[in-house]
Write a protein that binds this ligand. Sequence first.
Ligand code: G3P
Length: 218
Amino acid sequence: MKIFLDTANLAEIKETASLGLLDGVTTNPSLVAREKKPFKELLLEICAIVNGPVSAEVVSLDLEGMLKEARKLHKLNPNIVCKIPMTGDGLKAVKILEQEGARCNVTLVFSPLQALLAARVGASFVSPFIGRLDDIGQRGMELIEQLMLIWENYNFETEIIVASVRNPIHVVEAAMTGAHIVTVPFKVLEQFTKHPLTDLGIERFAADWKKAGIEFNL
Ligand code: G3P
């Protein structure tokens, strides 16, 4: 399973890249708005750090507007993936852009049929949002399970990005379904490395070593 970071924050991206754990980045207009930097400058800085796909979202909702913005995004850096909302015009845009060689990520996907349509128009990526489904009392992971079954039936090349991830359990469950990619906020990623028994174990080993007075001489 590939791990993407769901952020537009440069410090978070740098830290994750230095762990050797960064396969890509996803952003959205809300995440970009938090950074208070010009959009172009921010995207170029992100692309300079990340050796993988960087999703950047269009903000227009009509076909012409989406195409215009997506083409500009695509020209900016080869790593950029155009993030397009799941609408009728969005699907039309994805078909055209993918034929032109611009990779697209269909976002705001909440049902198996929406995802199926994204795959049928040839999107490189599709982003089902699981946390926001959990928020309204619908089990988000069920959507991923359905998609993995559908993908197995039809061998779609579109990669599924499990998005709107809120906790490490989402990540474990996503991995159990075999989902291709999970995009996680930095604070969730930080939780992966941590376990109280790991900390306790480190402390005990250090204390025993010190007590015995052994030198680390090899
Ligand atoms: O990748 C989608 C993500 O950015 C949305 O997450 O937590 O706002 O539902 P959230």
